[in-house]
Design a protein around this ligand. Structure first.
Ligand code: PLP
Length: 445
């Protein structure tokens, strides 16, 4: 195991150079959280261009489930790349695409027969799910959630309700999408308290939306993240998905579950929906599926995937190299990484909860498996988001060799590769604790 090691000021001289010339050529729309210029990655560690070593608790935005450059993934990619790089799974047949589709249908929750459509990203998976829902139901309306992030292509963006900057300037988007409050008890969108709320976050849809503005028989699908990801690592109350799914079934509405971030073992189950024992109609996956190679998919109940030849396709979707990387990733997940995610996630949550007793800024620690968020607040009573302070904390952790990301207005997300061990979690928490103490002592504004 390696530990973080910072040998230059950050950014170092080579990183500065790279960043300066990068700015000449790359789109200014990229978010770029802090000046990390990556040279290589191995396991839990990232090395920058100046030889500084960081402990990676981002997994490249919850992608590198098996760690960076896992030898078995690299080997599988190498083997396949000598045989076939591309031929297009849209027009032709090849075994890796078939093998992966078969595997995904076997591991997806529920007993119904399933079929798979391959894409290249999370947004494309959401596009495919959106189109399939319309095609199959012959209905046009969609229900989505405030706080949801489904991607940035026009269809996926229409369903996204995370940050206004993501939508501003791109309207008009696809019409007939209604956003409603998510099951977010810490900051209830209905200002109610769990236990006495009557699960307003579900019943509002039936009592208001379906009575006042949208005919339920015109709704193709409800699209929902099992746990909101970019929205703040928000775990809904235990009965939420069961009730929402029952509502969908009552009106013949499809239940699309966006498992792009929660899927592929991250929450301690292969798919997060297994925690609630629910079989979705369509599942969207991407991110962690191929350990860093671009790949996405939808897995739908076979009777729903009834679109005709030529109605939807993708040149690169189901790329053979990505497919073998995904098959190897799934083997590694099944051989112990899912179990590790559950075990290490529990340890991480417990340690963060202990830390909460020492830090007035930790408003809530929440998550499942290795999808853990720490909501930072200026005052635990008002729960006012500590947004600027969160950014300061992320930057200072980077300076100390710990890579973290934010999510939601003021949460820090811990989404390490699923190979993480106890010692690495202890190192990360030590750095986080130290930085939190520093910033709490000298708060900004
Ligand atoms: N859906 C969810 C739940 C996500 O978290 C993301 C990305 O963060 C997406 C969709 C979009 O994925 P991509 O960036 O691969 O298009």
């Amino acid at each position: 195991m390696q530990t973080p090691h910072i040998r230059t000021t950050l950014p170092g001289p080579k990183a500065k150079q790279l960043i300066k010339s990068d700015e000449n050529y790359l789109s200014p729309s990229y978010t770029r959280l802090y000046p990390l210029a990556v040279k290589r990655g191995k396991g839990m560690m990232i090395e920058d261009v100046d030889g500084n070593r960081f402990l990676d608790f981002t997994a490249g935005i919850a992608v590198c489930a098996t760690g960076h450059c896992h030898p078995r993934i690299v080997k599988a990619i190498g083997r396949q790349s000598k045989k076939l790089l591309h031929m297009s799974g849209t027009d032709f047949y090849y075994a890796p695409q078939r093998d992966l589709a078969r595997k995904l249908t076997q591991i997806a929750p529920g007993k119904s027969p399933k079929k798979v459509f391959f894409t290249n990203s999370g947004a494309e998976s959401v596009e495919a799910a959106f189109k399939l829902a319309r095609y199959h139901t012959k209905r046009h309306h969609m229900i989505a959630f405030f706080g949801a992030f489904h991607g940035r292509t026009m269809g996926a963006l229409s369903l996204t309700g995370s940050k206004v900057t993501q939508r501003k300037g791109f309207e008009p988007l696809i019409p007939d999408v209604t956003h409603v409050g998510y099951g977010y008890c810490y900051r209830c969108p209905y200002n109610l308290t769990y236990g006495s709320c009557g699960m307003e976050c579900v019943s509002y849809i039936e009592n208001y939306i379906f009575k006042k503005t949208v005919a339920p028989e015109e709704v193709a699908a409800i699209i929902v993240e099992p746990i909101q990801g970019e929205g703040g690592y928000i775990v809904p109350p235990p009965e939420y998905h069961r009730m929402l799914k029952a509502l969908a079934e009552k009106y013949g509405i499809l239940y699309i579950v966006d498992e792009v971030q929660t899927g592929m073992g991250r929450t301690g189950k292969m798919f997060a929906m297994e925690h609630w024992g629910i079989e979705p109609d369509i599942i969207c996956v991407a991110k962690g599926i191929a350990s860093g190679l671009p790949l996405g998919a939808i897995i739908a109940r076979a009777e729903i995937m009834d679109w005709e030849k030529g109605s939807h396709a993708s040149t690169f979707g189901g790329n053979p190299v990505s497919c073998v990387a995904a098959l190897e990733t799934i083997s590694l997940l099944e051989e112990g990484l899912i179990e590790n995610a559950a075990k290490m996630g529990k340890f991480l949550m417990e340690e963060l909860q202990k830390m909460q007793n020492r830090h007035r800024w930790i408003g809530e620690v929440r998550g499942l498996g290795l999808m853990v968020g720490v909501d930072l607040v200026k005052d635990p009573l008002t729960r006012e988001p500590a947004t600027a302070q969160r950014q300061e904390i992320l930057e200072r952790c980077f300076q100390k060799g710990l890579l973290l990301l934010g999510c939601g207005e003021s949460a820090v997300r811990f989404s390490p590769p699923l190979i993480v061990n106890r010692k690495e979690i202890e190192i990360a928490l030590e750095i986080f604790d130290e930085i939190l103490t520093e910033v709490e002592a000298n708060p900004l504004g």
